[in-house]
Design a protein around this ligand. Structure first.
Ligand SMILES: [Mg+2]
Length: 449
């Protein structure tokens, strides 16, 4: 618990004699599409969508000049790479269409659809091909992640000026704590003003939910979309959740939903009435029960500690192991750059492979070594050889990640390798400097070319 949070806690418990918690959840409406509209007014009031596909450009031999954007932190905020010289391939034809011989294929999925497009039945995750059949005049835009991340960062900075306790949760979602900051009777006005300010300043629509806890507020937001502000007070909560389907609640995904349905629980109101059942499931059950009732009082997390960091790519299935090893090496170089830039020293490493025909293989190892790119690349290639157990199969996905950072767990380094690693690290530092100036691809490994 932070100092501000403690002061507010004391202040509020003295004032009301009980925990009068007020959390808000802020969720940008169709964020990626709205960002595109903010910089291009001609896109307003039209069915538009931002699409995405796995970025396999990093494997191209002449691909250069990218940088890392890492100003945003949050439980669900990824680090992104962006091209420093602009992206020439940002036309629909170049980004989403693959031409092979006489065959033409539309690739990619919908990442965000505007509400005008949703009226045609478009949903996130739908293929672009399918979406164009539903809505032929749909405008599909290639993603511009740098733009979205820059907007996200500016929004976070703006929110922190307006509210002392703000958490960035994802690239387009925030939580904030208003207790002791805004009087109960002014909550709705405060949030409506905030919504208007954000629209004026950034030209971005946002929905805000007000409730007694973070997850309760998130549920309120989803009921107020798009461009809504809604408050559900403590004494209205039972009624609000009474007939709400369980899958509407944040964190109740397919598996959990099935498990609850097998017990005859279909609404949040029925969860409320099944206290004994949830308490018999110990911690996860109790946690969900308290969240659904809005009494969990989970704090706003201002600095999320990093747990793991990774990079992965899906591509057309490949048989040749030398090409796959080249790709592992490229992913390792990109991840190493990120790890060094964020000043992290991982001690656990993970690699996973997906093959054609749904076969999978993964491997994790722990090594307490001083991090440097050279050691990391060799390690990843070594782990790849061990993990690649279906050598006759084509590979379509590689993911690598690193975790268990020294910063959070004090561990001694391996003395035998320490001196060597210090030498590699010094070499790596000058390469890192060059990359920060000229882009990550300015220096590649011999095996990549
Ligand atoms: Mg959103």
């Amino acid at each position: 618990m932070t100092i501000i949070s403690k002061i507010l806690d004391n202040y509020y418990s003295k004032k009301t004699g009980k925990g009068g918690y007020v959390k808000i959840h802020l969720d940008m409406d169709c964020f990626f599409a709205s960002c595109e509209r903010a910089i291009n007014p001609r896109l307003r009031n039209k069915p538009i969508a931002v699409g995405g596909r796995s970025d396999t450009k990093i494997f191209e031999k002449n691909f250069t000049a990218r940088q890392l954007y890492n100003k945003n932190r949050g439980a669900f905020v990824p680090n992104i790479f962006y091209p420093t010289k602009g992206d020439k391939d940002k036309a629909f034809e170049n980004f989403f269409i693959d031409k092979r011989g006489d065959k033409t294929k539309i690739r990619g999925i919908i990442t965000t659809a505007s509400y005008e497009a949703r009226a045609y039945g478009l949903k996130t995750g739908m293929t672009i091909r399918e979406s164009l059949l539903l809505c032929p005049r749909l405008l599909v835009l290639p993603p511009n992640h740098l733009l979205y991340h820059e907007f996200s960062h500016k929004l976070f900075v703006f929110l922190k000026l307006k509210i002392p306790l703000v958490e960035q949760y994802s690239v387009d979602e925030f939580f904030a704590d208003l207790r002791g900051w805004v009087k109960d009777e002014d909550l709705l006005d405060f949030c409506i003003n905030l919504q208007q300010d954000i629209l004026k300043k950034f030209k971005l629509p946002i929905t805000i939910g007000i409730a007694k806890s973070k997850w309760a507020a998130k549920l309120v937001t989803s009921s107020a979309k798009p461009f809504g502000v809604r408050e559900v007070k403590e004494d209205e909560w039972s009624n609000f959740i009474k007939n709400m389907p369980i899958q509407k609640f944040p964190g109740i995904a397919k598996g959990y939903k099935r498990r609850l349905e097998s017990r005859g629980i279909r609404t949040l109101g029925e969860i409320k009435n099944a206290k004994n059942l949830f308490y018999s499931w110990k911690k996860p059950g109790i946690q969900l029960y308290r969240r659904v009732l809005g009494v969990d009082n989970e704090p706003i997390i201002q600095e999320t500690p990093r747990k793991s960091i990774g990079i992965s790519r899906t591509f057309d299935p490949i048989k040749q192991r030398c090409e796959i090893r080249r790709r592992v090496s490229i992913l390792a170089r990109n991840l190493a750059y990120t790890i060094i830039k964020l000043n992290l020293n991982p001690t656990s490493y993970y690699l996973s492979i997906k093959y054609e025909n749904f076969l999978k293989s993964k491997h994790r190892i722990t090594i307490d070594r001083f991090f440097n790119e050279k050691f990391f690349k060799f390690l990843m290639l070594e782990i790849f050889n061990e993990t690649d157990i279906y050598k006759a199969q084509k590979v379509k996905y590689i993911g690598i990640s690193a975790s268990n950072f020294m910063e959070y767990k004090q561990k001694p380094f391996n003395l035998l390798t320490f001196e060597k690693d210090i030498k590699f690290k010094k070499m790596g530092d000058s390469i890192q400097k060059l990359r920060e100036k000229y882009g990550i691809d300015i220096i590649k490994n011999g095996c990549e070319i």
